[in-house]
Ligand binder design. Structure first.
Ligand code: ATP
Length: 234
């Protein structure tokens, strides 16, 4: 069974339809990447799944349970975590304090700050550092750790590598792969087609709110992904 199952999701901003009936599913321990040019509808799709933006139609199921009607915080309590674009850490608080903010009051999971440090030894060294002083990759890893503190079954991440140096992207991706190995379902929005092609289990390209390509990395290419981003076949 899929962890995350989206059917025919549709969402708009006023008169503008940003997401036209998108369907996708992500299994435990699988990473699905959503690609596409600026304005393709990726962020609106993620926010509609997380419940931050109201979908007009379609359904969101988490571990087989329909959560479409739930508010964002109830979806989070059901096990769906969102790491938004820009990560939204508190820059003056330490790594430990930022991680503690992710602790769920309603879900009893295995995650403590010590368990996060065990899973991500690179973060342990930064325990007392203010989040604002970290590199972008380290901040992304803290945001992923904070999401884990809520004991999610699925994590959705927006613009993982935006604004990061190549070394920082490596750091963030290392954290993502560890999360995948824990059996958590990952839905990731990425602008870097090459990175996605080399990491994903499954790939989806959006253009003007539509899915223009959906394939495994073995069955597609960089050229095909680029072409689909602009709405035409290779
Ligand atoms: P980007 O990579 O630039 O963030 P995206 O693929 O995430 O792009 P969205 O941000 O979901 O795309 O935008 C989809 C469409 O909805 C675009 O045409 C955008 O201009 C429009 N849009 C997004 N947010 C709003 C908003 N708050 N109000 C009005 N229109 C919006």
């Amino acid at each position: 069974m899929s962890t995350l199952d989206i059917r025919d999701l549709q969402a708009s901003h006023g008169q503008l339809r940003a997401v036209h009936g998108v369907s996708l599913s992500v299994k435990p321990g699988e990473m699905l990447f959503v690609l596409g040019a600026n304005g393709a509808g990726k962020t609106t799709l993620l926010r509609s799944i997380a419940g931050d933006h109201r979908a007009e139609a379609g359904s969101v199921r988490l571990s087989g349970v329909d959560i479409t009607g739930l508010a964002a915080h109830h979806r989070a309590r059901s096990g769906l975590a969102l790491v938004p674009e820009g990560r939204r850490l508190f820059p003056n608080m330490t790594v430990r304090e930022n991680l503690a903010l992710g602790r769920s009051t309603s879900r009893e999971g295995p995650w403590t700050i010590e368990a996060i440090y065990e899973a991500f030894p690179n973060l342990a060294k930064l325990d007392h550092a203010p989040a604002g002083k970290l590199s972008g990759g380290e901040q992304q890893a803290v945001a992923i750790g904070r999401a884990l503190m809520g004991d999610p079954v699925a994590i959705i991440l927006d613009e993982v590598s935006l604004g990061l140096s190549p070394a920082a992207v490596d750091f963030a991706y290392d954290a993502l792969k560890r999360v995948r190995d824990m059996g958590i379902a990952l839905l990731v929005v990425e602008q870097d087609l090459n990175r996605a092609l080399h990491t994903a289990d499954d790939l989806m390209v959006m253009c003007e709110g539509h899915v223009t390509l959906h394939a495994t990395p073995a069955r597609t290419s960089l050229n095909a992904l680029a072409a689909a981003s602009f709405g035409h076949d290779e």
